[in-house]
Write a protein that binds this ligand. Structure first.
Ligand code: ATP
Length: 237
């Protein structure tokens, strides 16, 4: 099957110092792929490089088309949505206004309201809090809002950066179980960056392990879970 996203030799630097040294990975259609790694390994940089928020080299193919030279906005229009670490919601706007903004590149404005309802279906808490300023939502609700806002773009690929960060285990479980529902109902693929390997491997189909800017291991999530080094270093066993 042709991958939805295929990345070859992705390199990125900050101020002349290279931190990604040729990352290769692929994401099949309608699947959840997790990129695991320790602090500073290059997970966030990989997502930033993929959506061209930083200068990169290497080949990126999306839906079997070379998109290496495209801008962030062009990639968004093709269906790649990024939910950055720190979530990036607009604190002074209400939850609903944030969702509305998520649909800004859409031409089919009449369907935007329908989509908002669908997102409230995934995250009923957002409906309850729709008139509340995003900055006053709980961490979990802000994460839900950030994912909801990205879904308003009707993406084919969601790049999620540490959705579990700083959240209580119960909320993390809730958000991760919705990821599966989203993948199943919308056929969206998710590239999930996580430090919490245990929960990420629970939801993912496939996994990659990155160490100091290089992929050192990849395979099905089930196989990676059984890997001795992963169990010792990332699963705390
Ligand atoms: P974490 O989970 O801690 O965010 P990560 O795997 O996402 O880790 P990155 O944030 O991608 O790691 O960082 C990779 C490397 O690039 C690190 O050495 C980091 O210090 C460096 N780095 C990240 N952002 C910048 C920046 N804006 N300027 C300079 N160096 C940076």
């Amino acid at each position: 099957m042709t991958p939805l996203l295929q990345v070859k030799g992705l390199r990125a630097s900050y101020r002349g110092s290279e931190v990604l040294h040729g990352v290769d990975l692929s994401v099949p259609p309608a699947s959840i792929v997790t990129l695991l790694g320790a602090n500073g390994a290059g997970k966030t940089t990989t997502l930033r490089a993929l959506c061209r928020m930083i200068a990169t080299s290497g080949q990126v193919r999306f839906e079997d088309r070379d998109v290496s030279g495209l801008s962030t906005e062009q990639l968004v229009r093709l269906g790649i949505a990024h939910v950055p670490d720190g979530r990036g919601t607009f604190a002074g706007l209400t939850a609903e206004e944030n969702l509305q903004l998520g649909g800004y590149v859409r031409k089919d404005k009449h369907q935007v309201a329908e989509d908002r309802e669908r997102i409230y279906g995934y995250f009923p808490r957002l409906r309850e809090r729709r008139k509340q300023q995003a900055g006053t939502l709980s961490g979990g609700e802000q994460q839900m809002l950030a994912i909801g806002r990205a879904l308003m773009l009707r993406p084919k690929l969601l790049l999620l950066d540490e959705p579990s960060f700083g959240l209580a285990p119960l909320v993390v479980r809730e958000i991760f179980s919705i990821m599966r529902v989203i993948r199943e109902r919308e056929g969206v693929s998710i590239l999930l960056v996580e430090q919490n390997a245990s929960i990420a491997l629970g939801v993912a189909d496939q996994a990659y392990l990155i160490e100091t800017g290089r992929i050192v291991l990849s395979g099905s999530a089930a196989d990676i879970k059984q890997n001795d080094a992963v169990r010792r270093s990332y699963l705390g066993e």
